[in-house]
Design a protein around this ligand. Structure first.
Ligand SMILES: Cc1cc2nc3c(=O)[nH]c(=O)nc-3n(C[C@H](O)[C@H](O)[C@H](O)COP(=O)(O)OP(=O)(O)OC[C@H]3O[C@@H](n4cnc5c(N)ncnc54)[C@H](O)[C@@H]3O)c2cc1C
Length: 568
């Protein structure tokens, strides 16, 4: 997901940070997933008669693995299907022939402290983390902003020219005037549900038809085209903004309100370890299963089942799953976590799986494209000093050239390191699509040579580049969802589908989860939150429930349900 200007803050935003932490619970469904997970009463139970019941989980990404882990802990028997590899968009890869500890994050690579449900599982899995070197972050030695051929070197925001500060002030003013920013952040920090709902209901009604760019244009603070252009091209946080300009402004507001783009940390050793460790880990307090039972131990050969190729409803309110080996099994409950477009193309489905309005919502789903390319290098040579200027010879780089964002990732002074030469979204990503990894690298090195004419990056490269374009990955077809204007109602249908009591009995039992279903697509937190909703849905469907002291997302649904906009 793209950035917000977090590197530079107005005083009011600094003041807001001294208060209780903001989390990614809300504003659409302000359920405290972190408190729910931490509660000693646990997250619910199914009747003993259901112990051992098989529940299919389609997709072994974070959402599927979290759902399966919790279903296992409840005494159910998750059957996980995975078409590609465990981890999904938490895809950490190595470089052929290089130090195995040197890795590249092809999908998610930085996680905000506000993604508290995500960190619950990262802690459970015993993972450690480190600050991520975003532009102008305290851990980043230096940042270069290169725009229209003009290059600015900065070790702190104060080093940037005045126009960048004007842009930052314009953005903060625009958020304040157009979206009640401080009041919403205060309400989120204080978990003041009534206030969150009061502010958000009005905004959803007013802004569902508005693009991000339209929102900027409507703001007196962003009257200047030049300011909008600078903001779009380099932003002030983790990268440029303009590839998000056509998206719904509601998507952007969710990110800024909830601190999703603030104070990022990376997972040491790579984010894919999280689903892999949960796959191997026996839940401490699992019911029914012998001690030591894990997802891996419940699956033949310790591997998930292969891709699902068919899903249909069969008599007795069952859902029947066919996989790539031709194996057919029928379940009382299925959790589906892959991207929704899979249901439109790669999986044979019958219409009865979902109400028609839900199919419409899935068909209208809009994904951002995204490409990345990493190269391994011999050492963090960028910290060498230019004898003439005394500056780092190369820096984290934001530019309007093809590369857009270049990140420098080190493991220690004399150890091999990696450069993410380019991280792009949407149209900028499509520009790379037809190029091979080596062709991409050549263009990227060419762009960077314009910015750093005296630096021979190539002489430090010690292995082949690794690259991805998520829109070209058969089991993904896009990087992450980003709603367009007018999509609020679609998102609401998908997100709320886990509460099924109002559906006819023959339309229940299939639960959607994952990035597409979440209100904060592009952030792993949403994959976790929607997994927990689906777990609640399965538990409820099988006649179980939560402890009265720790009500779950479905128990509090009427109180917290997302704003309902009229359909007529
Ligand atoms: C480029 C990029 C950058 C990102 N950056 C960040 C970031 O910095 N921070 C952050 O928090 N989040 C980030 N995200 C988002 C984060 O990666 C996702 O929210 C999260 O990983 C989604 O998990 P999921 O389980 O919902 O989906 P997925 O990880 O996509 O899992 C779904 C799984 O379903 C499988 N599947 C597909 N079809 C089938 C089938 N027919 N049968 C069986 N299995 C199937 C897929 O192979 C996949 O493994 C990023 C994502 C991308 C792509």
């Amino acid at each position: 997901m793209t950035s917000v200007p977090t590197a530079v803050h107005d005083e009011q935003h600094i003041a807001a940070r001294t208060q209780p932490p903001v989390t990614m619970s809300g504003p659409d469904f302000p359920f405290p997933y972190d408190d729910f997970l931490a509660h000693p009463a646990g997250i619910g139970a199914v009747p003993p008669t259901e112990h051992g019941t098989e529940v299919a989980v389609v997709g072994g990404g974070l959402s599927g693995i979290v759902a399966a882990y919790e279903l296992l802990a409840m005494g159910l028997r998750p059957v996980v299907y995975e078409a590609d590899r465990i981890g999904g968009r938490l895809r950490t890869v190595g470089f052929d022939g290089c130090d195995p500890g040197l890795t590249a994050e092809m999908g998610a690579m930085r996680f905000p402290p506000s993604s508290t449900a995500f960190w619950h599982y990262a802690d459970l899995a015993g993972l450690s983390s480190s600050p991520f070197p975003n532009p102008l972050a305290p851990v980043t030695p230096s940042t270069v902003v290169d725009l229209k051929g003009e290059t600015h070197y900065a070790t702190s925001p104060a080093d940037l020219p005045e126009v960048y500060h004007q842009v930052m002030h314009a953005w903060n003013a625009c958020l304040e005037e157009g979206a009640d920013f401080s009041a919403m952040q205060r309400a989120l920090r204080e978990r003041d549900v009534a206030e969150i709902r009061r502010i958000w209901s009005a905004l959803v009604e007013r802004l569902d038809n508005q693009t991000f760019y339209g929102f900027l244009c409507d703001s007196p603070a962003f009257r200047s085209f030049r300011h909008r252009e600078i903001f779009g091209q380099v932003g002030f946080g983790t990268g440029g903004w303009d590839t998000d300009f056509p998206n719904s402004i509601l998507e952007i507001l969710r990110v800024v309100y909830t601190g999703a783009d603030d104070d990022h940390r990376s997972i040491d050793g790579g984010s894919r370890q999280l689903p892999l460790r949960l796959w191997e880990k026996a839940p401490d307090k699992a019911v029914h299963w012998p001690r030591g039972t894990s997802l891996a131990s419940l699956h033949d050969g310790g591997n998930p089942r292969p891709a699902v190729t068919g899903l249909h409803r069969t008599a007795g309110n069952r859902i029947t799953v066919t996989d790539a080996t031709g194996d057919i099994r029928s379940y009382k409950a299925v959790v589906f976590t892959a991207q929704s477009w899979m249901l439109l193309s790669k999986i044979a489905c019958d219409d009865a799986l979902f109400p028609i309005d839900h199919w419409t919502a899935m068909e209208r789903t809009h994904y951002m494209a995204s490409s990345k390319l990493f190269v391994p290098v011999d050492r963090p040579f960028w910290r060498d000093k230019d004898p003439r200027t005394g500056r780092d010879v190369m820096s984290m780089t934001l530019t309007d050239r093809m590369t857009r964002g270049t990140y420098l990732l080190e493991q220690g002074p004399d150890r091999p390191a990696a450069i993410c030469l380019s991280y792009t979204w949407s149209d900028d990503s499509l520009k790379w699509l037809p190029l091979s990894a080596h062709e991409r690298m050549e263009v990227m090195l060419g762009s960077l040579a314009e910015i750093y004419p005296g630096v021979d990056i190539r002489k430090h490269v010690i292995g082949n580049p690794v690259t991805v374009s998520w829109e070209n990955e058969p089991y993904f077809m896009g990087a992450f969802k980003a709603n367009l204007p007018g999509h609020y109602r679609y998102q609401r249908r998908l997100f709320t589908h886990f509460v099924q009591d109002a559906l006819p009995a023959d339309r229940r039992g299939l639960f959607l989860a994952g990035d597409d279903i979440s209100w904060t697509a592009g952030w792993a937190e949403g994959a976790v939150q929607t997994a927990l909703n689906a777990v609640w849905g399965v538990m409820h469907h099988l006649g179980g429930g939560t402890d009265l002291l720790n009500p779950g997302p479905g128990d509090r649904y009427d109180e917290l349900a997302p704003v309902l906009l009229p359909e007529d």
